[in-house]
Design a protein. Structure first.
Length: 387
């Protein structure tokens, strides 16, 4: 057993911390949060750090798949803001991991070098107004007409649709086909004629546009099929394929970074604030909250990097990644809410980062497979009989 962090990952953390201190400190992030706008310039600057290479094979200019390093990048960026980490995830994970695992040779050659340089942005278009956890019930249709594909339907909650180069669009490609064999993935630029996008207001995640996307007879070529023509109607196998387990670690990595930031703020505040002539860190109720939060965050870290290590080693980890998504997201939400209490009224007001962390952390147990769905996954993967 060796729990020490490899040197190159410690160096990557250092690079990201310096970048955040320079380009995205709390004051800067607070302005972006208030304006509900993250400048795309910051996406380019994250790209300049060269960390897109961590999800791309060497033959396409990457550094080879380094899941532990990728997780560390997400954790460090999330200490500043989950949205900042999202900017990295949309490129390195949604793009790098999916195109590597499911792209055709042409798509890999065309898109992966842009992932490495951080100059491309992908958005997931999976959910629909009536389709949440049950993605196999996707209603948006794609109909083949000769060399063309015609798309009609509506996607909802598509984060980053307004700023993406490509939507990773899940469509029903065979209306009469059996469940799980009737879906395809398409790579669709959101600027095509027939696509209209409107943003949906959410309580947190400000700066990451969450969008409704309508498709009205949108036309793409067969080269839009992720993985090429042979993958028509094979979209479910791509969704539930090799990239899925690693994808389950992105959200908990964000949750961990946000919880660590909230805890650091509460830890510091407890030593500055005095009541009844004493620093509040001397009260047992505050000490216990902080000690409890430190313990829970440590448990989350261990679990997250354990799951990342399993995957990096190529070991089976379907139940373990589901446990990690469930436990880390739920626990980090609880930690952030507990830390907010330590700041009293100031934890509810602008000025400290914790009110932003509260708004942001609440979504982590919801998206990327809700906690209830992870519980189902764990019981199913561990073979618990249903009858
Ligand atoms: C800020 C934000 C950003 C998002 N970004 C994206 C994005 O970029 N792309 C995208 O495609 N989607 C995105 N989503 C959508 C997100 O992935 C969905 O919200 C999520 O999949 C859950 O779907 P739903 O909200 O429709 O809930 P539903 O599936 O309708 O579930 C409602 C409730 O029922 C429970 N439930 C459902 N099925 C079961 C079951 N079988 N067993 C037990 N309980 C169950 C759920 O846990 C939940 O509590 C985003 C959502 C938000 C809020």
């Amino acid at each position: 057993m060796d729990f020490s962090e490899p040197e190159h990952i410690t160096m990557i953390r250092d690079t990201v911390r310096k970048f955040v201190a320079r380009e995205a400190n709390n004051e800067i992030i607070a302005k972006w949060d208030k304006a509900d706008h993250f400048p795309m310039e910051i996406h380019r600057k994250i790209g300049d750090l060269g960390l897109g290479a961590l999800t791309v094979p060497e033959e396409y200019g990457g550094a080879g798949f380094d899941l532990i390093a990728m997780t560390a990048v997400i954790e460090e960026l999330s200490k500043a803001s989950g949205i900042l980490a999202g900017m990295y995830i949309h490129t390195a994970c949604y793009g790098g991991m999916n195109i590597t695992s499911s792209g055709s040779p042409e798509q890999k050659a065309q898109l992966l070098p842009r992932v490495v340089e951080g100059s491309i942005f992908f958005a997931y278009a999976l959910s629909e107004p009536d389709v949440g956890a049950d993605l196999a019930a996707t209603k948006t249709t794609a109909q083949r007409k000769g060399n063309k594909i015609i798309i009609n339907g509506a996607k909802r909650w598509c984060s980053g649709a307004t700023i993406a180069d490509y939507l990773l669009l899940l469509v029903k490609s065979d209306p009469d086909g059996p469940r799980y064999k009737n879906l395809s993935f398409l790579l669709v630029p959101p600027t095509l004629p027939g696509i209209s996008i409107t943003t949906v207001e959410t309580m947190g995640q400000r700066g990451s546009p969450t969008c409704d996307v309508i498709f009205d007879n949108v036309e793409v070529g067969l080269d839009a099929i992720l993985g090429g023509e042979a993958m028509w109607n094979q979209g479910w196998s791509q969704l539930a394929g090799p990239a899925l387990e690693a994808e389950k670690l992105e959200v908990p990595a964000m949750a961990l970074g946000v919880a660590e930031a909230a805890l650091a703020e509460a830890w510091e505040y407890s030593q500055q604030r005095s009541q009844f002539g004493q620093r509040i860190c001397s009260f047992q109720s505050i000490r216990h909250k902080l000690a409890d939060a430190k313990t829970k965050v440590q448990a989350c870290r261990n679990m997250l990097y354990w799951a990342a290590w399993l995957l990096q080693e190529g070991r089976p980890a379907a139940a373990e990644t589901a446990m990690t998504k469930l436990f880390v997201c739920d626990t980090c939400r609880d930690v952030v809410l507990s830390c907010q209490q330590i700041l009293g009224a100031y934890g509810y007001a602008e000025g400290f980062s914790i009110e932003r962390h509260v708004r942001d952390v609440l979504v982590y147990p919801i998206y990327g497979g809700s906690s209830a769905i992870q519980l189902n996954n764990i019981a199913n993967r561990l073979g618990l009989p249903k009858a």
